[in-house]
Design a protein around this ligand. Structure first.
Ligand SMILES: *Cc1c(COP(=O)(O)O)cnc(C)c1O
Length: 413
């Protein structure tokens, strides 16, 4: 059985139109890396690029580099490179801050557009930071809004009601890999007088996106996951063009001012997307992120999606054959899943993942019982999917995870 799966993977790797992109990344030779949904791989040559920024631009050029090295343009450069990946005009994208902070900004802006919108609808299973940010903002605004959490997307229409609100969803669920219907839900929300905020943390760089065609109102997303921007890379936000004039956000630092270098004591928001910035851009991490985005220049997102479906599909097939004790949590229908596969285990999830990592297959564990495997179509191979399933079966069959060394909990899982 394993032989047949390996042969199938070998054939798929030979036919893979995206295979040349693997060489654009640095990956340890013996490692199967299936954690690009947590921290994307390092692009080839990234250390030289950062080193140039440090030695020539910072150490030598000093403060003049804001102009001479174009540091001040970096957020716009990154936005232009990101635009085709998310189906948005670059003038509607701000590359800045973290996903959490950007969510605070767009949620504030969305609420501010119509003060009658008092209801924020999300999923209980949404990534916790999204719920925490919404809760914090509600407190700050004097608890005049309510956060309604649905247990299942089916409940969204009822939760929205007809009086308008904000629908705040993750497009791909971080724990299950389930993907929501962005176009359909956005339309539904608009019919109910609501606005929609999409969190694209597990979508950008993983699936095809067309924010403009879906008529999304706002979105946020992550730079360090499938976009490979580096640990703690700047994140991004999107504001639909028709909201830009009226949208205001409360972290109104000088970089959101119409003329930051006028040092005017009175605030006037910048025209356009720049009003969503706050303070000085982090040049080193933005340099890395912009460089990582350059890898995507000619990538066909439809090809990304095709390969992603094939990779996750093959992994599901292999796991179901080799590891019968695991339960598939991710939807089997490829149209309903992102680029990750999640499996629930009866017991010992964290120890199983730690043992697997020790055998060279890196995924991660999400409490209470989920083994998570992210597939990055730019650099993952079909052989990786088979190897991961094979090693997972070994960890389980030989009870390797029960060893003392795999017990206990590291700070980051
Ligand atoms: C990873 C992730 C985040 C991360 O937020 P940070 O501010 O970068 O820590 C936010 N939302 C979702 C859905 C995520 O998966």
């Amino acid at each position: 059985m394993l032989q047949a799966l390996r042969a199938q993977a070998e054939q798929l790797d030979l036919e893979d139109e995206l295979s040349p992109y693997r060489a654009r990344f640095q990956l340890p030779a013996e490692t199967v890396y299936l954690c690009g949904n947590s921290l994307g791989a390092a692009p080839a040559g990234i250390e030289q690029r950062i080193s140039r920024t440090v030695t020539q631009e910072w150490a030598s050029g000093l403060v003049g580099s804001w102009n001479s090295a174009g540091w001040i343009e970096l957020p716009r450069i990154a936005a232009r490179r990101l635009a085709p990946l998310i189906g948005a005009d670059a003038e509607c994208i701000a590359v800045t801050d973290s996903t959490s902070v950007n969510l605070f900004k767009v949620l504030s802006a969305a609420l501010g557009l119509d003060p009658r919108r008092r209801r924020i609808v999300s999923e209980r299973d949404n990534f916790p930071t999204d719920l925490y940010i919404a809760g914090g903002l509600i407190d700050l605004l004097g608890r005049r809004h309510e956060l309604i959490l649905v247990e299942d997307p089916e409940e969204i229409p009822a939760a929205l009601g007809d009086s308008g609100g904000i629908l705040m969803l993750s497009h791909v669920n971080y724990r299950t890999g389930r993907m929501l219907d962005m176009k359909g839900l956005t339309q539904l929300a608009h019919e109910r007088g609501a606005l929609v905020i999409w969190d694209l943390a597990h979508s950008a760089g993983a699936v095809e996106l067309d924010l403009a065609a879906c008529n999304a109102d706002f979105a946020v997303g992550c730079g360090y996951k499938y976009l490979n921007g580096g640990p703690g890379a700047p994140a991004f936000l999107y504001c639909a063009p028709h909201h830009l004039d009226r949208a205001r956000q409360p972290l109104s630092g000088w970089f959101s001012h119409r003329e930051p270098f006028a040092f005017d004591p009175d605030y006037t928001a910048a025209e356009g997307i720049r009003r969503f910035h706050t303070g000085t851009p982090p040049v080193l991490s933005l340099t890395a992120f912009a460089e990582a985005l350059e890898v995507w220049r000619d990538v066909d997102m439809a090809a990304i999606r095709r390969k992603s479906n094939a990779l996750t599909g093959l992994f599901i097939e292999a796991v179901e054959k080799l590891c019968p004790d695991l339960t598939l949590v991710t939807p089997r229908d490829p149209d309903m899943r992102g680029s990750q596969v999640c499996l629930s285990v009866p017991a010992g999830g964290l120890a199983i993942m730690r043992a697997l990592i020790a055998l060279g297959v890196v995924g991660d564990f999400r409490a209470p019982d989920i083994l998570r495997f992210g597939f990055a179509p730019l650099y993952n191979r079909f052989a990786d999917a088979i190897r991961a399933a094979e090693m997972l079966a070994r960890v389980l069959d030989e009870k390797i995870w029960e060893r003392e060394e795999f017990q206990g909990k590291p700070a980051v899982t």
